[in-house]
Structure formats: C-alpha cells, structure tokens
Design a protein around this ligand. Structure first.
Ligand code: 13P
Length: 251
C-alpha cells in the first residue's frame, strides 16, 4: 500500500537558528498526536545534521533539497549523497523545477543524482511538472512522461519502487494559483498509468505521488481526497507550524 505523505520544502529560507526553531516547533506540535500521513521536512544542507539530532526522526523525516551528481572528490562547494546520508536525513528532493530552470539540471544530471541517492540509502522525492505554456498547449501529459522516462525509466523495478514522485505544475508554484482537484487527479492518474505501463500495476499502485504548488490549509483536503493524490510537497506554507500542521492534518 502506498503511503500518504506531507513534505515541506523550505527552499532557501531560514537561518540555522530559525530552522531549528521551526523544526522543534513542529516536533512539539506533533507530540502525542497520531496523524494519517508521513511527515517530512526538506531543509537547507546547513541545517540537516542539527535538525535530525534535535527532533524525533521517527515522526518527522528529514530531507535535503539537492545533491551533487558526483560521488566525491574535487567538486568545490558540492554536497554528496554520502554526506547527506551521514547527517541523519533519509530523503532528498530532486528535479525541482527551480533547480531545472535556474541551475540547468538536465534529465541526465538528475538521473545520476537519483542513482547516487539510492546508492546511499536516501529516498528521492522526484519532482516533475510542466510550465504554463506547455499546459496551455495541451502538452502537460507528454512533458511529465518525458521527464519520468528520461531520468527514471532505466531504474530496476526494485529501485523504482523506492521513489516518491511529486507533480508540481510550475505555474502553480509560489503563485497562489493551485491546480484544481480535477486537474491534479487527471494528471496524477496519468502518471500512475505511465508507471504501470513500464513497471506494472503493482509498482504503480504502490508509488506515492504528491501534489505541489500553492497547496495550503484551505485546499489540501480537497486535493488529498483524490484517489491518485497521495499528499503534498509544500513550499511557502511549510515555513510556519501554524500553516503546515493543518495540511498534515488534512489526511
Ligand atoms: P509553494 O507551496 O510555495 O507554491 O511551493 C511549492 C513547491 O515548489 C514545493 O516544492
């Protein structure tokens, strides 16, 4: 059975003291509560080790937001999968549209990052999604298919089964413009079919597919009530406990 997941993506926000306070605040808020989804927070590299040590990581998983596409060595400023894994983080967000657009991450680079993450025991949360012009041209299905195929479809069935996917339409990220529940369901079901055609129905049924893009306390319940929407990847609303907790509780 696939898992319901609510994951925060803090992006390049919070200093270390601010991030620690946010993580501890969420940890405190979840104490004694039983929630119906896995909770993950994606934080800057600089925060991972301190946050993993400060919270109950059996209740809140910790994710990096990126990884190097090389194993180790003379790559000044890069952070490897082994380094991330050594902090206590268990997840890594890969293929975010901001990294594709601003840092020129190609499907081939992302393929390497996914392989390195898996080799070091990290669960990739792999992001896909179309820009507005592609949606308006009716190309959104083929865009997500090609993103999935190019970066993920050389994986073994066992490795593919370890992934979490996140559909994030670029036009909905940080814009306040959310995909409708019907738009999200339609493309999530399509993504699941694409997975089923390659890896079989069982793998597809067991893959969690999250929605991301202006998801908040007001729309999470409706989005998550769709059969193929297994949770959310949350940007802005993950930066305060008051905004994030109701999304976690939307399940
Ligand atoms: P917002 O929730 O701020 O739109 O960001 C979504 C996102 O990019 C999560 O990865």
């Amino acid at each position: 059975m696939r898992k319901n997941i609510v994951a925060g993506n803090w992006k390049m926000n919070t200093t270390l003291p601010e991030g620690l306070a946010l993580a501890k605040g969420l940890d405190e808020a979840l104490k004694g509560k039983s929630v119906n989804c896995d909770v993950i927070i994606g934080t800057p590299f600089t925060h991972l080790a301190s946050i993993a040590a400060a919270i109950d990581t059996t209740k809140i998983g910790v994710a990096a937001e990126n990884l190097a596409d090389k194993e180790s060595g003379a790559y000044t400023g890069e952070v490897s999968a082994a380094m991330v894994a050594s902090t206590g983080a268990k997840y890594v967000i890969l293929g975010h549209s901001e990294r594709r657009a601003y840092y020129h991450e190609t499907p081939e680079i992302l393929k390497q990052k996914v392989l390195l993450a898996l080799a070091h025991g990290l669960t990739p949360i792999f992001c896909i999604g179309e820009v507005l012009a592609e949606r308006e041209a009716g190309k959104h299905f083929e865009v997500v298919d090609s993103q999935i195929t190019a970066s993920l479809f050389d994986l073994s069935t066992a490795d593919f089964g370890k992934l979490v996917l996140a559909y994030e339409p670029v036009w909905a990220i940080g814009t306040g413009k959310t995909a409708t529940a019907a738009q999200a369901q339609e493309i999530h079901a399509h993504i699941r079919q694409t997975i089923a055609a390659k890896y079989g129905k069982e793998v597809a049924e067991n893959t969690s597919i999250l929605y991301g893009g202006s998801c908040n306390a007001g729309n999470a319940k409706e989005l998550f009530s769709n059969p193929d929407v297994d949770g959310g990847l949350i940007g802005g609303a993950s930066l305060s406990v008051d905004k994030f907790l109701p999304i976690v509780e939307a399940f």
